[in-house]
Write a protein that binds this ligand. Structure first.
Ligand SMILES: Cc1cc2nc3c(=O)[nH]c(=O)nc-3n(C[C@H](O)[C@H](O)[C@H](O)COP(=O)(O)O)c2cc1C
Length: 325
């Protein structure tokens, strides 16, 4: 089962080092202006190139294969394809016998009985987040005037991100980070109390981003330590505006008209440059693992735009449930 959404639905296919990957976007209304150029800004935000990101470079030029005519969406499913060029399969062959600790080589190999493509993480790779970003561009258009913005707040527990990256590189190690996301100009009333709450819709997609470890809305875990008197968001206007926003813009799984605010915890990449002691699962012997290939020291650097994209996709599905046209 490889799809998300009911009224605005996406499904993904492809592998990190396969020839092509793609996303099919269904449920997009007709008549939305959409050109290949519209994708470039967000796609470039996800690309590597900065210090701490992988040396792998891809052009990420989207091929809009269907669902568009004369620069507008037709209402039919939109297929967007990307090619992989900068691949190097040999780096990954050893991970079948010696799965990387902290990565998904072991679980994927067991689940798919060894037929899985391990190259670059195969179908589980962060590379596929390019597809989420592309679908997110369409979702953002559907959501206008809602504005979604995410940024990296800290990396490796530090707000001085460049310094944290330098330290991790010098130590042949890797670091994670925390991304803060807001959606402004949110209407009241999106989301359902139980199974399609705003939090569960967004969380489901946030956890589709490889390497995400946690999410909290508003004051999240800290709420458990506060008094209700201090935590309650006092109403100050009849449209539902509150003086504070500890709820993060959601009550009862339904948007309350204040900004939607949440934070996402991203783990450090499992593929680190320093040698590790681990198990060869074929021989049963402990062995040294030295991970070759090109890896991010901190892929959280590249994720704000992915967080924005999946938030837009989740919200577009909720919006289309209420306003199908
Ligand atoms: C954009 C992006 C780039 C990533 N780059 C790497 C990487 O270079 N090395 C690595 O070990 N993991 C990387 N990851 C994380 C792995 O894809 C992820 O840890 C793995 O698929 C297992 O999933 P899990 O961490 O959610 O359990 C990246 C993730 C994303 C979203």
């Amino acid at each position: 089962m490889n799809y998300f959404g009911h009224y605005f639905r996406i499904s993904l296919f492809g592998e990190s080092h396969g020839a092509q990957m793609g996303v099919i976007v269904d449920g997009c209304p007709p008549g939305l202006p959409l050109l290949p150029d519209d994708f470039m800004h967000d796609l470039q935000r996800r690309q590597s190139g900065n210090r701490g990101a992988t040396a792998r470079t891809e052009t990420d030029v989207p091929c809009l294969a269907s669902g568009l005519y004369n620069g507008h969406t037709t209402g039919a499913p939109i297929a967007i394809l990307f090619e992989n060029h900068d691949t190097c399969a040999a780096d990954y062959a050893a991970f079948r016998d010696i799965p990387r600790p902290g990565h998904a080589d072991f679980t994927a190999t067991k689940k798919w009985k060894g037929f899985n493509d391990l190259r670059g993480g195969g179908h589980l790779s962060g590379r596929l987040t390019v597809l989420l970003v592309a679908a997110g561009v369409i979702a953002k258009k559907i959501l206008a005037p809602v504005v979604i913005q995410a940024q990296l707040e800290e990396a490796g527990g530090q707000q001085t991100i460049a310094e944290a990256i330098d330290r991790a590189i010098a130590a042949d190690d890797s670091i994670g980070g925390i991304i803060r996301c807001t959606a402004q100009q949110m209407p009241v009333g999106w989301g359902e109390p139980f199974f399609h709450s705003v939090e569960s819709q967004i969380s489901r997609l946030i956890f589709a981003i490889p390497g995400v470890n946690g999410i909290e809305f508003g004051d999240g875990f800290a709420a458990s330590q506060r008094l209700g008197s201090a935590r309650n968001d006092r109403f100050v206007a009849t449209d539902g505006t509150t003086a504070t926003n500890n709820a993060g813009g959601v009550n009862g799984g339904i948007t309350n008209g204040n900004d939607l605010v949440f934070r996402v915890a991203v783990k450090p990449p499992a593929s680190i440059a320093q040698p590790q002691q681990t198990l060869n699962i074929t021989t049963g012997q402990m062995t040294d693992l030295v991970i070759a290939g090109r890896h991010d020291v901190c892929f959280a650097l590249r994720l704000p735009v992915v967080v924005e994209a999946v938030t837009a996709i989740a919200l577009a599905d909720l919006k289309r449930a209420i306003l199908p046209a």
